[in-house]
Design a protein around this ligand. Structure first.
Ligand code: DQA
Length: 152
């Protein structure tokens, strides 16, 4: 049997605080809740997940670089680094795989500084505004991008 492909899911700064942080924007789900839901959805789609969070830009850049050899696709919520990090953009441009940008909130309904995304310049597609469900939608999008069938 071929090995189960792994999808790397990276969460950026402050996303470790989900559940208590600005629930009017980010809801009441914790990052652990989202990870569990992603693991279930990925298993149904025939994937494994590697779910991570970091508050450090350089660590995220390193994880993206390492993804080149290890993962089939990348789902990224870079938090505030979305709007500032050319280093993350450059790292994304160096990987050749589907990249889905996710945001819990609809960044386009919020402050103007959140409307610009460096991640979008390298992403295959963007999902925002659906809360934690956005991660599961991103897994579905990855499955389609990798040419997998939906489960019956
Ligand atoms: C976020 C939106 C960003 O603007 C913000 O800095 C975050 C979370 C989201 O998931 O909605 O930390 O990426």
């Amino acid at each position: 049997m071929p090995p189960v492909p792994t999808i790397l899911i990276i969460n950026g700064p402050n996303l470790n605080l989900l559940g208590t942080r600005e629930p009017e924007h980010y809801g009441r789900e914790t990052l652990a809740d989202i990870e569990a839901a992603c693991a279930r959805r990925a298993a149904a789609l025939g994937f494994g997940i590697d779910f991570r969070q970091s508050n450090h830009e350089g660590e995220i850049v390193t994880w993206i670089q390492e993804a080149r050899d290890r993962t089939a696709a990348l789902i990224l919520n870079a938090g505030a680094l979305t709007h500032t990090s050319i280093a993350i953009l450059d790292a994304l441009r160096a990987v050749d795989m589907p990249v889905v940008e996710v945001h819990l909130s609809n960044i386009h309904r919020r402050e103007p500084f959140r409307h610009k995304s460096f991640v979008s310049l390298a992403a295959t597609g963007v999902i925002c505004g659906f809360g934690g469900i956005g991660y599961e939608l991103a897994l579905e999008a990855v499955a389609l991008a990798l040419g997998r069938e939906r489960p019956a």
